[in-house]
Design a protein around this ligand. Structure first.
Ligand code: T6T
Length: 327
């Protein structure tokens, strides 16, 4: 096993924060590789621009490598919706599967079965807790992203007032890690900010919108919000606008899909922690093919993030991090 480090860069409101996403590498096994190779991808939510950007890049890479990749995705963030998709893909016995599991535990039996049947599994974005699943895991350093969001938000709040995290649901690796990083940073370095209990919106913007409005009613001193992902950020924008609080309550949000970018421009959102889903998709294809071909596989790959504000939104280095809603 060899270890490599890849720098993860977050460009803050004023400073550039260099973070190191520790990555490890290992050699993984592969299925026979004989005959034609088939790759399948199952994303978290098919219509989510983060996953659209990831899938577009994966398809481009698969085409370049001369392999067919079929993309599937859940209609919503729900184990009961994703499990049957996994089971029907398993029935095709693909050589490789790139998957963003919507839960850290509930889907492990299905994935285990598929892996035992010889499919090389690469976890893209989200992961499962069982470390034996997958030949490679590719994602942002979500704890670091949560910490960076807390730092930026605390600064915007003048290091005082109440703040809340609204996230997807417990048991999602990425968003749980973001909340962890956010909490750690706030507790360690911003003791004058009061953290309200985390709320979960099940990835539904309408729920996030009503949650932010009831939080405002109960805590008029609310100064800041951390939105754990795209749909949450969209709901928070709507809720703050409905309450006439846009620009007054500061918001740091994960992701950079088109609606979030619009809200950044209009001043409802203040900081976007953008990921690099295209790179996750490209690496996913490369790692799956390496495993199938019995070549060296990198067990864990950390991809870059960048903190986007109105100030750097138009800079050339930030453009590649903005998500697409179509290929
Ligand atoms: O934030 C991304 C992804 O990283 C997360 O796992 C789920 O939500 C998104 O797809 C954005 O909606």
């Amino acid at each position: 096993m060899r270890h490599i480090s890849r720098p993860t860069t977050l460009v803050g409101t004023c400073a550039v924060l260099a973070l190191v996403a520790a990555t490890t590498a290992a050699c993984g096994g592969g299925s026979s590789g004989s005959g034609s190779k088939s790759l399948e991808m199952i994303t978290g939510v098919k219509s989510d621009p983060f996953y659209i950007t990831m899938a577009c890049a994966a398809q481009q890479e698969a085409k370049k490598r001369g392999v067919k990749l079929t993309v599937n995705g859940s209609a919503q963030w729900d184990v009961a919706v994703q499990r049957p998709i996994i089971d029907s893909v398993a029935a095709k016995h693909p050589s490789g599967l790139l998957i963003s599991p919507v839960d850290t535990a509930a889907l492990t039996p299905s994935l285990n079965q598929m892996q035992n049947a010889g499919t090389k599994i690469v976890l893209v974005d989200t992961t499962v807790s069982d470390a034996s699943i997958g030949v490679s895991r590719i994602s942002s350093d979500n704890v670091a992203g949560g910490r960076a969001a807390a730092k930026a938000l605390a600064k915007l709040m003048g290091d005082k007032g109440s703040a809340i995290v609204i996230s997807v649901k417990p048991g999602v690796s990425t968003t749980d890690e973001r909340t962890k990083g956010f909490d750690e940073e706030m507790k360690a370095n911003h003791p004058n900010i009061t953290l309200l209990p985390v709320l979960y919106d099940n990835d539904l913007p309408a729920t996030a919108a009503s949650q932010i409005q009831s939080t405002l009613a109960a805590h008029p001193d609310l100064g800041g919000v951390f939105a754990g992902n795209t749909n949450t950020a969209q709901g928070i924008s709507t809720g703050l606008q409905a309450a006439g609080k846009q620009g007054k309550v500061k918001v740091a949000a994960f992701d950079a899909e088109p609606d979030e970018v619009t809200s950044l421009k209009t001043g409802t959102l203040d900081v976007l922690v953008a990921q690099d889903p295209a790179r996750i998709g490209t690496e996913g294809v490369d790692q799956a093919l390496a495993a199938i071909d019995k070549k060296k596989v990198t067990a864990s790959i950390g991809t870059d993030m960048v903190a986007i504000t109105k100030a750097n939104l138009d800079s050339a280095s930030v453009g590649k991090y903005l998500y697409k809603d179509a290929c």
